[in-house]
Write a protein that binds this ligand. Sequence first.
Ligand code: SAH
Ligand code: DHB
Ligand code: MG
Length: 213
Amino acid sequence: MNVWNDVDSYVSDLMVGHELDFVLRASESAGLPSIAVSPPQGKWLNLLARSMRATRILEIGTLGGYSTIWLARALPADGRLVTLEYEPKHAEVAGANLVRAGVADVVEIRVGAALDTWPEGEVFDLVFIDADKETYPAYFERTLDVVRPGSLIVADNVVRDGEVLSASTSDIRVQGVQRMNEMMAASPRVDATVIQTVGLKGYDGFAVAIVVE
Ligand code: SAH
Ligand code: DHB
Ligand code: MG
């Protein structure tokens, strides 16, 4: 919808700014898919991290580092962000973008399948799940090993044009999101909701969960 894009542009011009647009341009020039969070969503992740004074952040799915950089900019100088990326090419583009954005010293990119590079024995304040959707249930389960009460878990792309409602879907990505949402709802360790979104990225949504025990 044109008006959704126009409102995202309005918000970007008014409140988000264009300082990080170079990350999206560089990622696109390098041939990466245009599936990063939108600028208003990137700023929103930054505000969430700052509001909880996050010092340790874990991200699953780096792509060109756009969401990574928004999150890293919320960290204090001694903060740390670990981001997990399967594709070496994406990690390389992200690495260059992190340097240009001045956050390379607080970010560690681990290359490989996220379940194989998972940071064991660390505790994170904020976890952003945004990699392959079919593996969301496993990511949520592993996330519960590396959080503490008060940590926040955010997962992207959990509405997908309303496909999340399809009881008969054969799409394993939709099934993955459905199962993760059900796990979040059933887990006594988190209290969660889903916020639907519209804008540059179409109609989609974020699951947001706070760890309670
Ligand atoms: N968070 C990024 C977008 C991530 S797109 C942003 O908003 O800017 C999803 C990314 O997950 C892609 O780069 C893809 O290569 C990566 N990915 C897919 N499967 C993965 C896996 N098993 N482990 C780690 N990363 C994976
Ligand atoms: C797509 C969008 C995303 O935000 C993502 O993380 C993965 C895929 C997509 O539009 O295909
Ligand atoms: Mg996404």
